[in-house]
Design a protein around this ligand. Structure first.
Ligand SMILES: Cc1cc2nc3c(=O)[nH]c(=O)nc-3n(C[C@H](O)[C@H](O)[C@H](O)COP(=O)(O)OP(=O)(O)OC[C@H]3O[C@@H](n4cnc5c(N)ncnc54)[C@H](O)[C@@H]3O)c2cc1C
Length: 277
């Protein structure tokens, strides 16, 4: 339970406060930190509101989204692609969308994440800041798949923002929950590009499965790129074999495997037929 709230002056100050305070966490919108039965257990919160990370900037070839941008800002922005607005709208509560941030959501990489499957499918880049034990401050720019693959290694890392390329990439995500307000059993993300000769490349397939985690499905990605999976049915069968699931209150493992496979197959089909980006 949070007992102390410190407000960081700048990004370096935030990292120093985090390093110098045991059991501390960065505090963005606070919607997960303050949630009943939250997964975040900390004594000290380090507020990020003064860091100037709450804007969306058009940088020509890409869009830069600060980590403190709220889900509602994503929905309201003219620069943000539709696939990211759709993912932000998976959060059904307007009040929560006004508080919850893109950085807080990605930092969790949770098994019911609103945004992570779509962001990972998009091949966004993540902007981070770290500080060494000796106090040397560093900023980095890395592929989002790396942030996900080595997530536990980034626990002290401050997310500064995200770079979303404006290339003509298909990205889509779908969420399956009992109601808009319920935690999702499965949220899937699919992204791919097709060149002038129709060659499919840079396929990304992710599934957040409640009780298991946020999974990448590399065999499905490779099989699509190699032309081994060409139809919606092929993709559905392949995802059903690769995705991991387990029974819990959101559904049985076979139900979750089924909806993950149907969802990804549908997104693949939308991509093949040149559907909405
Ligand atoms: C009723 C309820 C239902 C919810 N359902 C869902 C759901 O279905 N799907 C879902 O994804 N989320 C859900 N959430 C959780 C939460 O609302 C979202 O994940 C939200 O996007 C978290 O963002 P935040 O800014 O509020 O994060 P915070 O609560 O401020 O922080 C969450 C975590 O991220 C870390 N963090 C925050 N910002 C940064 C940063 N810039 N750099 C590094 N680490 C950072 C914090 O230290 C903390 O560990 C739910 C919350 C509530 C209250």
């Amino acid at each position: 339970m949070i007992q102390e709230f410190l407000i960081a002056k700048d990004t370096e100050d935030a990292l120093k406060l985090k390093r110098n305070n045991p059991r501390s966490v960065f505090y963005a919108g606070g919607t997960e930190i303050n949630r009943l039965n939250s997964t975040v257990d900390a004594k000290t919160a380090i507020g990020l509101s003064k860091l100037g990370l709450d804007s969306i900037t058009d940088e020509g070839g890409s869009i830069r989204i600060g980590s403190m941008v709220t889900l509602q800002q994503l929905v309201d922005s003219d620069s943000v692609p539709q696939w990211l607005k759709d993912a932000a709208l998976f959060c059904g509560s307007f009040t929560k969308r006004n508080m919850a941030t893109i950085g807080g959501n990605m930092a969790m990489c949770s098994d019911h994440s609103y945004l992570a499957p779509a962001l990972l499918a998009s091949r966004a880049r993540v902007l981070t800041a770290t500080i060494t034990e000796e106090g040397s401050y560093n900023e980095d720019n890395m592929p989002i798949r790396e942030y996900h693959a080595y997530h536990t290694l980034f626990s002290g890392t401050l997310l500064l923002g995200f770079l979303i390329s404006k290339d003509s990439r298909f990205v889509g995500s779908l969420r399956y929950a009992n109601t808009l307000q319920s935690q999702a059993a499965v949220t899937v993300g699919f992204g791919a590009t097709k060149n002038g000769e129709g060659v499919i490349d840079h396929v990304r397939v992710f599934a957040a499965v409640k009780g298991i985690g946020l999974q990448r499905l590399p065999s499905v990605e490779n099989a699509i790129e190699n032309g081994e999976l060409t139809t919606k049915q092929d993709v559905q069968i392949s995802v059903g074999h690769e995705v991991e699931a387990k029974d819990d209150t959101t559904g049985s493992s076979s139900y979750k495997r089924y909806i993950a496979s149907v969802g990804i197959a549908q997104l693949f089909s939308n991509f093949i037929s040149g559907g909405v980006k």
